[in-house]
Design a protein around this ligand. Structure first.
Ligand SMILES: [Zn+2]
Length: 115
């Protein structure tokens, strides 16, 4: 379950960014092709965040980003799906390039400035 190390890394980075302020909420974008199981990540974060004093009250929000690819033969933009063998839905050629869906981005972080 590599989500544990991803979660721990994220929490460590957030602590650095917060520079001593309490973190109220965080939004993370996760691409569908990033090989991250969201349920496992949520579980890991909720279990690990108590180890990080600035993050114990932090609310985590996750946005899933769907995958988009360009097909090999005709440069169609399409949503690659496992059920179709990741082939283009218009011409059935394969993936030339994944243009979206591999993200792991910190989108928002809200800090508590009240003392
Ligand atoms: Zn195509």
């Amino acid at each position: 379950m590599h989500e544990i190390s991803i979660a721990d890394n994220l929490l460590r980075q957030l602590t650095k960014i917060a520079k001593g302020k309490e973190v109220k909420s965080v939004c993370v974008e996760i691409g569908c092709f990033r090989n991250i199981d969201l349920e496992s990540l949520e579980f890991a974060i909720s279990n690990l965040k108590d180890n990080y004093p600035l993050l114990t009250k932090c609310v985590f929000e996750y946005k899933l980003i769907k995958a988009l690819a360009i097909c090999y033969d005709n440069n169609h933009s399409y949503e690659p799906e496992f059920a179709r063998g990741f082939k283009c839905n218009q011409c059935s050629s394969g993936v030339k390039e994944i243009i979206q869906g591999e993200e792991f981005n910190l989108v928002n972080i809200f800090l508590n400035y009240k003392i």
